[in-house]
Design a protein around this ligand. Sequence first.
Ligand SMILES: [Zn+2]
Length: 58
Amino acid sequence: MTKLSCNCGFTVENADRYKVEAAMWHHAIHDHADMLKTMTVDMLEEWLKNKDKQLASA
Ligand SMILES: [Zn+2]
């Protein structure tokens, strides 16, 4: 089971890692749109790396 959790407490769990990633993006776009818009490319890169680490350790 693959699992990702957001800093706000939102958690998504599924056997398919792409469904998990898609659900996390959907959540982030809807609930953290303002934050995403202020993020630089470098910040997004770090964010993606952290998500990959979470996915790899699951
Ligand atoms: Zn969140």
